[in-house]
Design a protein around this ligand. Structure first.
Ligand code: HOZ
Length: 425
C-alpha cells in the first residue's frame, strides 16, 4: 500500500469520503487521492514524495504558483500582528479600493470568506433589491453550495427547478429556473414568460465547473440586454474567472458590465477569501445601510487580505497576462497537436490562464455536449499523466489552471508526456 492509500483509508474513518470537498476523493477517475505535503512554484509533492507538475493550483487561486515567497511573507507578517479581530482593519480598505479600481462595474465591495458565501449573498441581495424571488442559472454552472443554487432543471421546458442535493427544500428550488448555457433564445423565452418575477440571472461568464466552456458573445450580450429591460440584476460569478482570464476578469475580456460580481480564489491569493460587489444603489441595500442581512466573523480576515493584496499587486505587473495567456495556449495547442499526430479524438482550449481538455473532436459549447465527451478516455489519460508526474484535475468535468510559475520547459515536458501516452494508445 502506498502512503497515499494508507492516508486515504485513515481519513475515511473520520472524514466523510476521506475528503473535505467531494471532487478531491478521485471518485470520478478512480484510485486513491494524492495527499499533498508541500508545494513550490508549479510543483507539488505527495505523501510518497512523488513530485508532480500541478495544473490544479488549488482549483484556481494559485496564479503565482505554490508558496509564492512574497505572499508567504505577507501572510507571516500579518499573522505576527494578530490572526483575526472581528473589527475593521486598514488592509480591508486597501483591498476594497484595489478591487473597485480594477473592476469598473463595482462601486462598492464586501469581503467574505469563500466563493460560496459571495454567491449566496449576491443572490440574497438581488432578491432584496428587486423584491422578487425567482432566479435564473444555467445547467453545468456551479456557484457554490448555497441552497438556491443546488438546483437542476424542472421536468418541462421553462419550468422551475428541483433540488440537485438532498436537504435542499423543494419549496426553495422552485424559485430557480435552470436554462441551457450559451442558449440566448432560451433566455429570451424565459424572460418573455417570467420576466416580471426574475430577481437575477447568475452565470459563470466562462464556465469552469463543467470543464471549460467558452461563452458565445451573443449569449452574454442577450443576458445583459434582457436583465436591463426587465429590471433584473445580472450577476457575473467570477469566482473562477476573476483575475484569472485577464486583468479585468471575464467582464473586461468580453466587454459586458454586470450589476453585481462575485469573486474568490485569486483575490485571496490561496487564503480563504471571497468578495461580492457592484452598483452602489444595489450594494447600499446591505446591512447596516439597508435591509439585506449579511455578516461573518472572519470576513476580511487580515491574513487573507494580506495574501490577496500581494497577489493583486503582483499580477498587475506589465506583461503578466500576456505571458500567462501565451503559456496556457501553448499547453493546449501542444496537447491538441500531439493528439492529432496519433489520431486521438481530442480537443483543448484556453481562456487566459485557465484551460479545458476534451476527449471530443471539438470543444463543447453546452452541458449536453460536455457530457457526451469520452469520460473513460479522460480517466485513462488522467492516470497515465499522474504516473508520469503531471497532476490534472481528477475529473473530466473540471477546468485546469496554469500559473506564472509554470515555465516553457514545464509545458514542453507536459506535452511530451501526453504525446507518449497518445502514441501508446
Ligand atoms: N469547487 C471545486 C470544483 N470545481 C472543488 C474545490 C475543491 O475541492 O477544493
Amino acid at each position: 500500500m502506498t502512503h497515499n492509500e494508507e492516508l486515504f483509508t485513515r481519513a475515511r474513518k473520520t472524514i466523510p469520503g476521506g475528503v473535505n470537498s467531494p471532487v478531491r476523493a478521485f471518485r470520478s477517475v478512480g484510485g486513491a487521492p494524492r495527499f499533498f505535503t508541500r508545494g513550490a512554484g508549479a510543483r507539488v509533492w505527495d505523501a510518497d514524495d512523488k513530485c508532480y507538475v500541478d495544473y490544479v493550483g488549488s482549483w484556481g487561486p494559485l496564479i503565482l504558483g505554490h508558496a509564492d515567497a512574497d505572499t508567504v511573507r505577507a501572510v507571516q507578517e500579518a499573522a505576527a500582528k494578530g490572526l483575526s479581530f472581528g473589527a475593521p482593519t486598514i488592509g480591508e480598505i486597501e483591498l476594497a479600493e484595489l478591487l473597485v479600481q480594477r473592476v469598473p462595474s463595482m462601486d462598492m465591495v464586501r469581503l467574505v470568506s469563500s466563493g460560496t458565501e459571495a454567491t449566496m449573498s449576491a443572490i440574497r441581495l438581488a432578491r432584496g433589491f428587486t423584491g422578487r424571488d425567482a432566479i435564473i442559472k444555467f445547467e453545468g454552472c456551479y456557484h457554490g453550495h448555497g441552497d438556491s443554487l443546488l438546483v437542476k432543471a424542472g421536468s418541462g421546458l421553462l419550468t422551475f427547478g428541483n433540488p440537485s442535493s438532498a436537504g435542499v427544500p423543494a419549496d426553495l428550488a422552485q424559485h430557480t429556473l435552470v436554462l441551457d448555457y450559451n442558449d440566448a433564445q432560451g433566455l429570451r423565452d424565459a424572460f418573455a414568460q417570467h420576466g416580471k418575477t426574475i430577481a437575477c440571472v447568475i452565470v459563470e461568464p466562462v464556465a469552469g465547473n463543467m470543464n471549460l466552456i467558452a461563452p458565445k458573445p451573443e449569449f452574454l450580450a442577450a443576458m445583459r440586454e434582457l436583465c436591463t429591460r426587465h429590471g433584473s440584476v445580472l450577476i457575473f460569478d467570477e469566482v473562477m474567472t476573476g483575475f484569472r482570464v485577464g486583468p479585468g476578469s471575464a467582464q473586461g475580456l468580453y466587454g459586458i458590465t454586470p450589476d453585481l460580481s462575485t469573486f474568490g480564489k485569486v483575490v485571496g491569493g490561496g487564503m480563504p477569501l471571497g468578495a461580492f460587489g457592484g452598483r452602489r444603489d444595489i450594494m447600499e441595500q446591505i446591512a447596516p445601510l439597508g435591509p439585506v442581512y449579511q455578516a461573518g466573523t472572519l470576513s476580511g480576515n487580515p491574513l487573507s487580505v494580506a495574501a490577496g493584496l500581494v497577489t493583486l499587486k503582483k499580477i498587475a505587473a506589465p506583461g503578466f497576462y500576456e505571458a500567462l495567456t501565451a503559456r496556457t495556449k501553448s499547453l493546449v495547442d501542444g496537447l491538441a497537436a500531439a493528439a492529432k499526430r496519433h489520431g486521438v479524438k481530442f480537443s483543448a482550449q484556453s481562456v487566459g490562464g485557465m484551460f479545458g481538455v476534451y476527449f471530443a473532436a471539438t470543444p463543447p459549447t453546452s452541458y449536453a455536449e460536455v457530457m457526451a465527451c469520452d469520460k473513460e478516455a479522460f480517466n485513462r489519460f488522467f492516470h497515465s499523466m499522474l504516473d508520469a508526474g503531471f497532476y490534472l484535475a481528477p475529473s473530466a468535468f473540471e477546468a485546469g489552471f496554469v500559473s506564472a510559475a509554470h515555465t516553457d520547459a514545464d509545458i514542453a515536458a507536459t506535452v511530451a508526456a501526453a504525446d507518449a501516452i497518445f502514441a501508446a494508445g
